[in-house]
Design a protein around this ligand. Structure first.
Ligand code: 3H9
Length: 675
């Protein structure tokens, strides 16, 4: 087998080039090749300096994650980076694309770093539940300071080459497109100078930095093993010799990689990528060209959906029925962009650039110029059918017609047109310009190329998309239903909203079912008839307790939106308990877990058996990216596997639920949802 590493010479500089698509992961063959290159430099007096660089779209994006859990092939990455650093001839890392994880560690072990301005540097290991295990926790504080090291290693977000230069991580910026020549010139300048090894630099230790960082991020890192381990490690080893530090790093790495959280996070990494694969459709199927998108409805959803495309440089025609609604909608979009700009995440020109791609109109016929049209009006089948009937008249042949419905039957909507093959669901989550998840709903007649095009478009607008079948609520909302039903029942049986929410927050969710209701609006889906009060939620809505926006919902809120338990809600619950004569019992944490989480797994098993999701890992992706399921628990189906399917079946039976046949079958066979 040919090596992904080649070495070439330019004068007395040895260039070690990796070509290991798609992302130059540092697999065994790459490590062996680099090691051989370093040996070559060591043994040849004619070589005075080394440049390490990569072909293709990026510098090394990290260790090869697919090797984790398999027997290690020599040299390991920690050994290799030490060998790079130990060379007594200058080594220059020439970086383009993303130097991530092990890739960043290779750069840190090199004596100098040169990067093109578009390059990025990051230590994303924490997102896989592990820590930088090839000296990163030790070299980064020495090169860029403790604060930058803490930020990068515990949060995992990459920084730009400019930021890296300001932090001392990059020594020189190269000209875009001229990286190798600039790197060789740099190498020639430093030939003969004593090499500066990162591991030999001192670390400046200020206890206040750790204290401040911990305090600021306590909530963010709640329940998460990796960032907490990384903080402890950097703090405990700062000021200690490098050799001692890397030993502690190794132990921390091994402990984390064996843990369930890391397994869950790695599962989600691959699940997200697997979700993009559509069963039964060839990856190279010809796609439809999407040059302009149409959006029907300039409300919260329509506006948010439009922003995704505008931000990606795709022109949008947005249609409303009345001028004031159109103006209000476009005004909100502009305000949202300006808020992003105020936070420094967009320039004023970018705001104008995005808004300049928007064509707001009252003319439905203007949709005739669009290649993809997304309907985002309120949830009513008759209204949607009428719109799709009209759309059928104006849309050009081959245009993709999508509904943003959260629950309704896509096949029924498609039947209102003469081209059901062009119709599908594109279910965005609110706020649509922020939330990563997109459910692509495949109708009975949706054409393969329509589905594949939607998947490709979702990538362009940086969504994580999952294919769902036509069923009430698709994947996410369908699984939410049993949770809501049981949470409400438990209120009547003796639980309090805070008791149920607390269990969910302790589990790692950003909020529990009642906190979520208050945030979304207790009035959502309410029939708005104050005389028709059928449950506690209706009672709250009828009293104007619509949630956070009214400072009152299932909780009371002060002016800072801090919640407190509401005596009025307790009164209302008590009234309903008495009125319905519901027997009371003490509700334990176990009961809450079974009734609100195990029931979701049960519903997930039904969804899988009905083939409404392509695979269990797709369900996990939906919950992690759409509903705040803690990624370190891997999504409901992965979590069910770690909890034990037998235990889930027993729990469901104990509380009288009908167990989904697929769940029972897997439990009996000792199988898992995710292999
Ligand atoms: C580490 O470095 C540990 C060390 O500190 C210590 C070790 C001792 N390995 O995302 P894409 C695959 S931990 C193997 O769609 P993009 C990916 O699965 C690592 N495979 O592309 C996909 O395969 P497929 C720290 C990898 O352009 C294909 O490449 N590094 C790896 O949207 C394309 O990926 C990270 O965590 C890998 N490391 O984004 C970085 N990375 O086509 C993880 C990707 O079969 N990677 N693949 O589905 C990323 O963040 C993105 O892939 C990247 C490119 C930004 C690089």
């Amino acid at each position: 087998m040919t090596s992904p590493i080649t070495t070439t010479r330019q004068g007395d500089v040895l260039i070690i080039t990796s070509d290991n698509p798609p992302v130059n992961a540092l697999g065994a063959a790459v490590r062996q090749g680099i090691q051989a290159g370093i040996q070559e430099a060591k043994g040849d007096d004619g070589i005075k300096a080394v440049v390490i660089t990569c072909a293709g779209k990026t510098f090394f994006a990290g260790a090869d994650i697919t090797e984790f859990g398999k027997p290690m092939q020599e040299p390991s990455l920690p050994v290799l980076v030490d060998e790079i650093e130990a060379l007594d001839k200058p080594v220059i890392a020439a970086v383009h694309g993303t130097a991530l994880g092990g890739g960043c560690e290779v750069a840190l072990a090199s004596h100098y770093r040169i990067a093109v301005p578009s390059a990025k540097f990051g230590l994303p290991e924490v997102k896989l539940g592990i820590l930088p295990g090839a000296g990163g926790t030790q070299r980064m504080p020495r090169v860029a300071g403790v604060e930058t090291a803490l930020e990068m290693a515990t949060k995992g977000d990459p920084i730009s080459a400019e930021q890296a230069k300001a932090a001392g991580l990059v020594d020189r910026l190269a000209t875009e497109g001229n990286l190798l020549a600039d790197a060789v010139a740099f190498a020639q300048e430093v030939i003969g100078k004593p090499v500066s090894r990162s591991s030999e630099r001192p670390v400046t230790v200020d206890p206040a930095v750790f204290e401040g960082f911990r305090a600021k991020n306590a909530k963010r890192f709640r329940g998460m093993d990796a960032p907490n381990t990384i903080m402890d490690l950097i703090e405990q080893t700062a000021g200690k010799p490098y050799a001692e530090g890397v030993q502690a790093e190794r132990m921390g790495f091994m402990k984390l990689i064996m843990g369930t959280q890391s397994a869950a996070l790695r599962h989600i990494f691959f699940a997200e990528r697997k979700a993009a694969k559509i069963d039964g459709i060839a990856e190279d199927i010809a796609l439809r060209d999407i040059k302009r998108v149409g959006v029907i409805g300039a409300g919260t959803m329509g506006g948010g959906i439009s922003m995704n495309f505008l931000s990606a440089g795709i022109p949008v025609t947005i249609v409303e029925m009345a001028q004031d609604a159109l103006d209000r909608g476009t005004g909100v979009m502009r305000k949202n962009y300006e808020a992003t700009a105020a936070k420094g995440r967009m320039t004023a020109e970018q705001v104008e650039g995005a808004m300049g791609l928007l064509n707001p109109t009252l003319d439905f016929g203007a949709l005739g110029e669009c290649d993809l049209i997304i309907e985002a009006v309120y949830e009513n089948m008759d209204v949607k059918k009428e719109i799709f009937g009209k759309l059928d008249q104006v849309a050009k042949p081959g245009a993709i017609l999508a509904s943003n419905t959260s629950y309704l039957n896509i096949d029924e909507i498609a039947a209102a047109t003469s081209r059901p093959q062009d119709v599908l669901g594109l279910h965005f989550f609110s706020p649509a310009n922020v939330m990563k998840l997109l459910e692509i709903v495949r109708g009975a007649k949706t054409a393969d190329d329509v589905l594949a095009t939607a998947m490709a478009v979702s990538k362009k607008i940086r969504k994580v998309a999952v294919i769902a079948g036509v069923c009430y609520g698709f994947i996410g909302n369908r699984m939410l239903m049993p949770r809501q039903v049981e949470a409400n029942k438990m209120l009547l049986e003796g639980a309090t909203p805070e008791q149920i929410d607390k269990v969910h927050v302790a589990f790692g969710m950003p909020m529990g079912p009642f906190q979520m209701a208050d945030l979304a609006g207790v009035d959502i889906g309410w029939h708005r008839d104050p005389n028709r009060i059928e449950n506690i939620r209706d009672a709250l809505a009828a009293e104007g307790r619509w949630g956070q926006k009214k400072n009152a919902g299932f909780y009371d809120y002060d002016e800072k939106r801090s919640p407190s338990n509401s005596p009025r809600v307790a009164e209302l619950i008590a009234e309903w308990r008495e009125k319905l004569g519901v027997p009371q019992h003490e509700i334990t944490e176990e009961e809450i877990v079974v009734r609100t989480l195990y029931t979701m797994v049960n519903e997930g098993a039904l969804i899988l058996a009905e083939k409404m999701a392509q695979r269990a890992s797709d369900i996990d992706v939906v919950w992690v990216y759409g509903y705040g399921w803690p990624p370190y628990r891997g999504g409901p189906m992965f979590w069910a596997d770690t909890e034990g399917l037998k235990k889930i079946v027993e729990g469901l039976e104990k509380y009288g639920f009908e167990v989904a046949p697929l769940l029972r079958e897997k439990a009996e066979k000792g199988e898992k949802f995710n292999k």
